[in-house]
Design a binder for this molecule. Structure first.
Ligand code: NAD
Length: 513
């Protein structure tokens, strides 16, 4: 209870086995599709009029679900200027006042849950259950960071000193934060970054992924409706290299929070390093090459459930998703056979249908990368099993392949492809070492009834989030603070007690009387 503070309430989920809940979901999807949300640059709470392009659904590219324009350099300049002007008062308001706005945002998200799930399904191809989890996570971020703001950004911390001298330490906002987010959690990560930066006393320029501008626009409008002064949060939609690049180069920003690919983080880091001026913080949460190690004592049924969910849930488009399954020679044939059966039971198709397990991938480019990887697997490895790809839309069906060792993969493959590596238990340290040598460190799974085995794997493969005898996805705010190390990110962990500290500056004050 102490981590959450007294105010945190878990938002309710949705039970799609109930006819009336399914009916409400179908209505919400029809409504969201008809609404045709418009995104672009939202500065001081107003959408800047500009030439907008249609946004279509990954499940059906003939379906126009809204329109989005691109922010230009003048929009960015204006957003920076008004944010800089509004930020000092927001900082002075203190953690308690800011917490009230963030809690109002949590409540606003909860009140709109069905509409948001519908938009997530239409724009990002999320299944309804993935949508529920995502909206709940966004709400959790608002409430959790509200609690942290109240506690960490209240009265200054008194420090010891000689008689006659008072010493204290105070946290303050840094100024204007650029928050750059990915399409795979277009609401939860988008909202989480903004909520953290705001909680710490900053104003925000939010740059959503170009694939998901509509859900971002909806979230920004909700922040404003919840009582946030519009100048404190601008939406700047558009491509990463252009709009993102201008924001990152802008002399008026005081920090960057980024979640996305490792290569993009390198590019942003290089740009920030080339600036002459204040040295600003860069928070980067990036990709993973996540493994799960199974030994012969593991419970096969549980392994199968957890592998299917971790590798193929959300069409494998989670940074935490399982990419490499390490199975001992003795149990490999049986496990692979059971996994094939479980893959055949997956329903792949329309994400808005409550019975769907796996929806489309985000776009044609993502699909093309997966198709190219499949071709490499069929040439250089062994394809063990694949599901049937539905017609239309950007679908790529779950696939399982056997590869000789972890270093067959150089980098993250972002989609529903599971790579199986058979190993001899006597070679565990060598086999695991080849995974660790890739340099990522996001999630790690272990399935075993032997504690020593779990400890050994943890020592061999450093990772930010380790899961024993369960799936490796679905970190809960405040319960599994999330984030990686090495090529997977800088920290601090999202949804953890230290999350706000890098968004803030520390000021020590010594007074002699
Ligand atoms: P991406 O790196 O392509 O894009 C992320 C964001 O960066 C987008 O808003 C994009 O427009 C922007 N961008 C791209 N180039 C830029 C540049 N030069 N300057 C400034 N901004 C730029 O990633 P993506 O495809 O949107 O998302 C998938 C990736 O995100 C995967 O690698 C996944 O593992 C990672 N991810 C990590 C976490 C985590 O917490 N570690 C969570 C979710 C996703």
């Amino acid at each position: 209870a102490d981590i959450y503070g007294p105010s945190r309430k878990n938002p309710l989920g949705r039970d799609y086995s109930l006819v009336e809940v399914r009916g409400r979901a179908a209505k919400a999807v029809a409504l969201a599709a008809g609404e045709r949300e418009t995104a672009g640059a939202i500065v001081e709470g107003r959408l800047v009029p500009a030439q907008a392009e249609p946004v279509t659904s990954p499940a059906d590219r003939s379906r126009v679900i809204g329109y989005a324009a691109t922010a230009d350099a003048a929009d960015i300049d204006r957003a920076v200027a008004v944010a800089r002007k509004a930020q000092p008062a927001w900082d002075r308001l203190g953690g308690g006042g800011r917490a009230m706005v963030l809690r109002a945002m949590g409540d606003a998200l909860e009140a709109e849950m069905d509409a948001l799930i519908a938009l997530l399904s239409l724009e990002a191809g999320k299944t309804l259950n993935d949508g529920v989890a995502e909206v709940r996570e966004a709400i959790d971020f608002c409430r959790y960071y509200a609690d942290l703001a109240e506690r960490q950004f209240g009265a200054p911390t008194p420090l010891p000193g000689p008689v006659g001298e008072t010493n204290q330490l105070q946290l303050a906002g840094r100024g204007v934060f650029a928050c750059i987010s990915p399409w795979n959690f277009p609401l939860a990560i988008f909202t989480g970054q903004i909520a953290a930066a705001l909680a710490a006393g900053n104003a925000v320029l939010a740059k959503p992924a170009e694939q998901t501008p509509l859900i971002a626009a909806r979230a920004v409008r909700l922040f404003h409706k919840a009582g946030l002064e519009p100048a404190l949060l601008a939406l700047l939609s558009g491509e990463g290299a252009t709009v993102g690049g201008v924001i990152v180069n802008h002399p008026g920003i005081d920090g960057v929070a980024f979640t996305g690919g490792t290569e993009t983080a390198w590019a942003i880091n290089r740009r920030l390093a080339a600036r002459n001026g204040p040295i600003i913080p860069f928070i980067a949460e990036t990709g993973g090459l996540n493994g799960m190690f199974v030994d012969t004592t593991a419970l096969k049924e549980q392994v199968v459930d957890d592998v299917i969910l971790s590798a193929f849930g959300s069409a494998g488009q989670r940074c935490s998703a399982l990419r490499l399954l390490f199975v001992p020679h003795d149990s490999a044939d049986e496990l692979v056979a059971t996994l094939k059966g479980a893959m055949d039971a997956l329903v792949i198709g329309d994400p808005a249908d409550p019975s769907t397990d796996v929806g489309p991938v985000i776009d044609a480019e993502a699909k093309a990368a997966l198709v190219a990887h499949r071709e490499r697997l069929s040439r250089e490895a062994t394809i063990l099993h694949e599901c049937v790809t539905p017609e239309g839309g950007d679908f790529f069906a779950p696939l399982m392949a056997e590869i000789p060792a972890a270093d067959f993969l150089e980098r993250e493959v972002f989609g529903p492809i599971l790579h199986v590596v058979r190993y001899d238990p006597a070679d565990l340290s060598k086999v695991a070492g080849r995974l660790a040598a890739r340099g990522y460190g996001l999630t790690l799974g272990i399935h075993s009834r032997i504690e020593r085995f779990a400890e050994e794997v943890r020592e061999l493969v450093p990772a930010g989030n380790v899961y024993v005898n369960r799936s490796i996805i679905g970190a809960v705010v405040g319960v599994q603070p999330f984030g990686g190390e090495g090529l997977s990110g800088t920290g601090p962990k999202a949804g953890g007690p230290h999350a706000l500290l890098r968004y803030a500056t520390e000021r020590a004050l010594s007074v002699n009387i």
